[in-house]
Every structure is written in structure tokens, then in C-alpha cells.
Design a protein around this ligand. Sequence first.
Ligand code: S3P
Length: 186
Amino acid sequence: MCIAPANMPNTPSSRHGPRRRTIVLVGLMGAGKSTVGKRLAARLHLPFVDADQEIERAAGMTVAEIFDRFGEAQFRDGERRVIARLIDGLPKVLATGGGAFMHPETRQLILDRATAIWLDADIEVLAERVGRRDDRPLLRNTDPRAKLRELAELRNPVYALAPIHVRSQPLPHDATVDAILRELHG
Ligand code: S3P
């Protein structure tokens, strides 16, 4: 397998564009964007960045606090700015929050300037994974399974605009990383 280092010029070898582009993982909460993203970055010798963590760092508060204090629309605007800045920088693997790709400007930026990968999983797998954390504002005071189903119906047709679609395997994560690498390198 030929994996171009981050500082190599454009290589025509990959099916989905030169490896100078940042790889952006999109998909629902619990799809494994951060866990898989970290492993993918290690395999590609690229840095890994989690957009939600960058937003939290920039705002000096948690995602839940931003939702509480300023509302979702403000969060989405900050998310758009942070993702634009990250895509502007050196190539990396970037995990985005589940709603980022739903924002038309953020989505266009990702589609134009990066390689988007939709990481997808069954509702049961997502529900089991989101159950491990209780800091997601959209899943508070609601039945997470029902909410995830509702979001999947709304968002999956949009995630499907990503040029690469990979099903997240329940275990091990490296199987998902292998599937992504096969898609990237053909
Ligand atoms: C959201 C997903 C979260 C976070 C915020 C909103 C969403 O990120 O950005 O709670 O709209 O789906 P993860 O997908 O990393 O959980």
C-alpha cells in the first residue's frame, strides 16, 4: 500500500483526490468518528484533530455549555469557523460533530476542500455507544434511540453527499480503518 507522507506533493494515486487534502469524518453521534479518526491518522502519519474539542478550546467552555448559553445556531456558526480554519491548515484527519455537515456552508467547504468520509452505523450500535457519555445536548431528556432514528432519517441523505461511505464495524475499530484505507487508496 502506498501512503503519501503529509509533505508530499499531490499524488494522483488515490481515487478520491490528492492526499494533501484533509480527511473529514462525518456521521451521527456514536459513529466512532473520533476513535476511528485517531487510528486512521496514525496509519496515515497525519495529525488528528477533533473539531468539538477545538471549539471547546476556542470558546473556553464545553459544547453543552455553548448550547445552554448561546443556543444551537451560535454553536453552528462557531463550528463553521473552526472547521474552516482547520481545513485551511496542513493536512490532517478531522473528526466533526454530527451536525456539522448539515450546515450548508460547512458542508460546501468540506466537499470543496477536503475528502469527506461518512462513517455510518446501525442505530443499535450508535445507541450503545452514545450511552457511554451524557454530555451531548441533543440527547438530553430524550430517548436516545428514538432521537438517533429521527436524526438518521433527516441527516443520512445529506451525509450520503460525502464521496466515501464506510460502515463502522462494531469491533474492532481497525477493521473500519482498513475499510477506509481501501476506499482512499482503491
Ligand atoms: C452534535 C454532535 C456532537 C456535538 C454536538 C452536536 C450533533 O458531536 O457536536 O453535541 O448535532 O449531532 P459528536 O457527533 O462527536 O457526538
